[in-house]
Every structure is written in structure tokens, then in C-alpha cells.
Design a protein around this ligand. Sequence first.
Ligand SMILES: CC(C)(COP(=O)(O)OP(=O)(O)OC[C@H]1O[C@@H](n2cnc3c(N)ncnc32)[C@H](O)[C@@H]1OP(=O)(O)O)[C@@H](O)C(=O)NCCC(=O)NCCS
Length: 401
Amino acid sequence: MTTSTEITVRTADEQDWRNLLLLHEVGFGTPYTSEAVDARRELVGIDRSIIAVDDEAVVGVTMDFPMTVTVPGEVAVRAAGITGVSVAPSHRRRGILRTLYTEQHRRIRATGAVLSVLIASEGGIYGRFGYGPATIESTVSVDRRLGAFHPKAPDPGGVRVLRPTDARAAITAVYDRWQRITPGAQVRPDILWDQLFADHDIDRGGGTSLFAMLHDDGYALYRRAGGEDAMIARIQEMRTVTDDAHAALWRALFGLDLMHGIETTLAPEDPLPQLLTDSRVVRTRSRHDRLWVRIMDVRAALEARTYRSDLDLVLQVDDGFLHAGGCFRLTARDGHATCTPTDDTPQVVADLDVLGSLYLGAHRARTFAAAHRLWADTPETLWAVDHAFDSNRSAQIGWPF
Ligand SMILES: CC(C)(COP(=O)(O)OP(=O)(O)OC[C@H]1O[C@@H](n2cnc3c(N)ncnc32)[C@H](O)[C@@H]1OP(=O)(O)O)[C@@H](O)C(=O)NCCC(=O)NCCS
């Protein structure tokens, strides 16, 4: 495949590997360690790397690999995870990303993946390709010294302090349980667990090695942050499958007497502030998107997830990138939906990126309607879509890629 500017687009081969890694390192400003290179190699494989070449120089790259992602209703769907997208600084804004993406999405479609997902480096790029931000998280600082548990907060106990590597089997088992019930969470390959437990210096951000707190239904992996005066426990990953595990682990974390603060990320409905007498002790520093979703197969995706209430309406989905939208009758009964192409008049109209944002339940239809990015024929239709697409569990990414 050749673009108008004589840039050739093709699958990478062994000889290209070093050059495409250099492009990543330059693009993201981060050199790779050999362990990170090996992990990426095993995760993605050379045959799922597509490159743009200008006179033998690799000037653009994009990669993807198969993933399994949970959607509302504790249903697993097949997805492609796009990663390592970079265009040489010397070749920006000539349409190389668009050309690479056109080829990549043609291939992803051929695999039958229901979704394509990515983490966006910048918020303004991927909407045009049908991706919408689909999970939200907040970065918070907790002043542990000011925090007191509410008299009604449970104190279930059952937390043990362990070395992370000694707790690996228990941690991975909890993660698997959490992943199966959490929209947006992905099955985690062994190679990424190896990376996490190897806890390389370069991944510590100047902090200590990891510590682990384990409960039968949850775990917290944290380290003390870097810096001379930093008595801050920075949580790397905390997963809980019961409210008791959540409360027990937070009680144990608040027991780190010499730590002044705790830093972590929280899903929108995390109950931590409500466990405390003063919810302001949990101070939000930023609120941002994480996983972005492009629905590759509208019919399969809408039939895969469950719905909180019944629906019977005609939905028009517009996809300016691959023209993979259309008009569908969406009928949900007792949580389960059928979605069939129709010529009937649409009652709801939205671009594909908006549907991606609604899909895991993290965003509300009424918010997009207020921004004129979703149209519904009546307020009742809008309310029905808004309610039905909600999820009873906050969507969360499982691991970054
Ligand atoms: C982001 C990046 C891949 C874009 O590559 P590129 O070849 O310059 O992009 P293209 O010229 O193909 O642009 C495609 C479209 O995206 C738009 N676009 C590209 N970069 C953009 C940006 N930073 N912000 C907003 N829009 C952007 C272009 O205007 C173009 O729009 P159009 O086709 O609708 O007219 C490149 O700038 C890069 O490598 N950045 C550093 C690494 C990075 O951020 N990678 C992405 C990881 S998720």
C-alpha cells in the first residue's frame, strides 16, 4: 500500500523491530529497557505491527493485540488493543496516522473483534476515528493524619501484609474475579504479571519497591513515593470484589502511621470518601479518561452487553471513519437486547464515538444530548436510553497498555 506522498505502509518484519522501537522511544520520550522490549514483543508480536516507510526509514508505526474486555452484565467480548502509535517528528501532519489507522482497522475488522480500545495520549485525536472516552478515574490525595473512619464504617479485618511475590497467586486470583465483574477491565496476560512482580527500578518513579496488603477478596500494591521528605504511600493497584475487602484494606492503609498521605486513583463510585467522617480528606487532584472504545461491530456490541431497563427504539449510528454505522432497531427485555438493521425512522442519532462513551456505562446520554452530540426525538426516549445504558458497577481499565 502506497500513500500519495510515496510513503509505503506494510507489516513490520524482524529487521524493522529496532527502528520502530526507536520511533516509540522518540515519540513518547522514554527509552525502553530490554525487559520492556521483550514484554512488548511477546504481547504484540511483530506480525501485528504496521509501519509507514519513507525511502527505507520507518516513519510511522501502530500495533495492536487481542484482548478480552468485560462489558456491562459481566460479559466478555473480544477486542483489539491498539498501542505503540507513533509518527516521526519529521513526518507529522501529512496523514500518516490516518493511513496507518485505515489499514489497521481494516485488519482488526477482519479478525471479528467487537471493540477496538486504546489509551489516548491527547484528547483531541481519536474522536474522528470513532473512539470515545469510556472509563473515568480520579487521582486523589488522602491526608491520612486527618482521616477518621465514620462510626458506621465496617471494620471487617482480615488483611495480611506480605511480600508481593509471595502473594502472587492470591493477587492474580482476586484480579481475575474483579476483572470478570468490572466493565472495561481486561484479562491480564502472564507476561504483564511478570513485569508487575519484577518491579524494575525504572517502573518505581523513584519510590521504594512494592509492598502488598492482601485480603481474601482484595489486595493493595503500594510503594513509598520517592523524595527525601515524601512519607507518602502511593498505591499502584488496588482491586476489591467486596465492600468488606475495600473497607478492610483502607483501614489497614490508614494504619500506616508514619505515612502522611496516601495517593491513589479511584473509580467514580468508589465509596472511600463515604467511609470517612470528613469526605474532603479525599482530595481530587485530577479527573480524567482512561480507556477509549471504538465499537467495531455495532450489532454484536449492543447485543453483548446488558441493559438496566427495557428499550424499543431505532438508533442511527454515524461512523465518518469506516462507515460501519447504520440504523438499528434496539430492543431490550429483561436486560438482554436484540439489534437488527432497519429502514425505520431513527429516534436516537449519535456518532460512533458517542456510542463508545456510553457503551461501558461511564457517561450519560443526557450529557451528550445537552452538548448536541446525541439527538433523541422526545425527552422520554432520551431518558430511556440514559437509564438503560447505565451500569451497576463503575467501568475501570484493568491495566494500561
Ligand atoms: C499523534 C500522532 C501519531 C499523529 O500522527 P500524524 O501522522 O501527524 O497524524 P495525521 O497527519 O495522520 O492526522 C490524522 C488526523 O488527526 C489530527 N491530529 C493529529 N495529531 C493531532 C493532535 N495532536 N491533536 C489533534 N488532532 C490531531 C489531524 O489533524 C488529522 O485530522 P484529519 O485527518 O481529520 O484532517 C503523532 O503526532 C505522534 O506520534 N505523536 C507522539 C506520540 C503519540 O502521541 N502517539 C499517540 C499515542 S496514543
